[in-house]
Design a protein around this ligand. Structure first.
Ligand SMILES: [Zn+2]
Length: 80
């Protein structure tokens, strides 16, 4: 499994693109806590085919690992 860790500047660009943290229920712009959780490798993030960033929980939290996404995202394709 590969992991991608973003530096501070990349996180700022992603936060602007995504209009804040992509974690469900989090309204921070640059969120060190959720970035830390992803960097630990237990939780993962991926870009779905429809352009929505999904957070995948570890099996200890959700055995089915159902993707979660922030309420600001719809399941409609986003403009590039
Ligand atoms: Zn957050």
């Amino acid at each position: 499994m590969s992991r991608r860790i973003y530096d501070r500047h990349q996180r700022l660009v992603l936060a602007a693109r995504d209009e804040g943290c992509v974690w469900a229920g989090c309204d921070r712009l640059v969120c060190h806590f959720h970035h830390f959780l992803l960097s630990e490798g237990e939780w993962t993030a991926r870009m779905a085919a429809d352009g929505v960033v999904e957070i995948i929980p570890p099996t200890r939290v959700d055995p089915d690992q159902v993707p979660r996404w922030h309420a600001r995202f719809t399941r409609q394709p986003r403009a590039a």
